[in-house]
Design a protein around this ligand. Structure first.
Ligand SMILES: Nc1ncnc2c1ncn2[C@@H]1O[C@H](COP(=O)(O)OP(=O)(O)OP(=O)(O)O)[C@@H](O)[C@H]1O
Ligand SMILES: [Mg+2]
Length: 349
């Protein structure tokens, strides 16, 4: 892939939450890329680290307790993370000052990118909407702030955005509480798209909606994404949404990518026992299944991760070898990566 095609390039990202009594290893050596105009899905159960990855890209991690330990996030070729490592010692004041200076510089750069070049959508539309401001004005405000256009031009553009997400512009003056859940989420989409960002990070944006409305909103997102060429990082725990929306997908478990590939790789040739378990636990309309098989057990405590395979305790194919070390993420076929020694052995690797 040429560097020009890569919109987002993340390497070896490690993020911890450091609380008084524990260090939570939320994201562990995560590397991936998002090409211009593509939709990459991140799937994983609760606590896997999905939102933490999204917030790291947006520069919105709560610091403290969050601490980016290492890694690189390049967006449009620009580095968003400090190059100076976290000072090894808390008393190394010079190193701490140097790091803080760099962090402040990056914070300022992030502010110029956020909302204009990249934007994030959250699960609950009300977190993104102001309850006391007409929805049209909320869209116009984003356009005015980021594009430096006249108020009249911003209103005109906001009306166009409303029509684009199929809300009549005649409802410009109405307040969020006058809209249904699905319509509110469409307003959020309009706000997200208003400045034509290169990247949208969508963090379970349809989970709060009922399934029919969810399907409508997803269809609209896909349609607009194609029309405008926006790349998307779509965070979900729902493989059905991934199948409907995404071009590629990665499966996150205990802060690590355990499998990634195209939809074909993941859906037709799932190779990590965790991904296989995810499929066994959802209903399949084409096959008659007596009973669904949930994955037994829980994800390991992120404050106390094992030194070996993090899926070991729940894995149906585990052997003693799995306890020797944490397996590497290995390319088992072009573009298909798996972190499991058994899957790798099966492919003769
Ligand atoms: N502000 C915080 N302080 C301490 N720990 C946190 C904080 N935010 C997240 N964590 C922890 O970091 C880990 C990853 O959390 P994250 O929110 O990224 O998971 P997620 O995959 O988005 O989960 P969900 O599907 O529930 O949204 C979890 O163990 C979580 O408890
Ligand atoms: Mg989350």
């Amino acid at each position: 892939m040429s560097s020009n095609e890569k919109l987002l390039d993340i390497k070896d990202l490690v993020v911890h939450y450091e609380t008084e009594d524990a260090v939570i290893e939320a994201v562990n050596n995560v590397s991936f890329e998002v090409k211009r105009g593509e939709i990459l899905g991140i799937v994983g159960e609760t606590g896997a680290g999905k939102t933490t990855i999204g917030l790291s890209i947006m520069g919105l991690l709560p610091k403290p307790p969050a601490n980016v330990i290492q890694g690189s996030i390049k967006f449009n070729g620009r580095e968003l993370l400090p190059k100076t490592p976290v000072p090894a010692s808390a008393v190394d004041l010079v190193a701490r000052r140097r790091r803080r200076r760099e962090e402040n510089k990056l914070k300022r750069m992030h502010r110029t990118i956020r909302g204009r070049k990249m934007t994030m959508m959250f699960q609950d539309p009300m977190t993104a909407l102001n309850p006391v401001l007409p929805v049209g004005d909320q869209i116009a405000e984003v356009i005015r702030i980021h594009e430096n256009v006249s108020p009249a031009e911003a209103v005109k553009r906001a009306c166009e955005m409303m029509e684009l997400v199929r809300i009549p512009a005649t409802r410009y003056q109405e307040y969020p509480h006058q809209f249904s859940g699905g319509m509110k989420q469409r307003v959020v989409i309009a706000i997200a798209l208003a400045c034509r960002p290169d990247l949208i990070i969508a963090d379970e944006p349809t989970t709060a909606l009922d399934v029919t409305i969810q399907a409508q909103v997803l269809r609209l997102m896909r349609e607009l994404q194609r029309k405008l060429g926006t790349a998307m990082l779509f965070i979900t725990h729902d493989l059905g949404i991934v199948a409907e929306l995404c071009d590629r997908c990665m499966v996150l478990y205990a802060g690590e990518i355990v499998e990634s590939g195209t939809l074909e790789h993941i859906f037709d040739n799932a190779s990590h026992p965790y991904t296989q378990g995810l499929f066994a636990s959802i209903p399949n309309l084409e096959e008659e299944t007596e009973r669904l098989t949930p994955i037994q057990g829980l994800m390991p405590n992120p404050a106390d991760l094992p030194s070996y395979c993090s899926f070991y305790d729940r894995c149906p194919v585990r052997t003693d070898r799995c306890k020797l070390a944490n397996p590497e993420l290995v390319e088992v076929e072009p573009g298909h990566y798996v972190r499991c020694i058994h899957a790798q052995l099966k492919k003769g690797l």
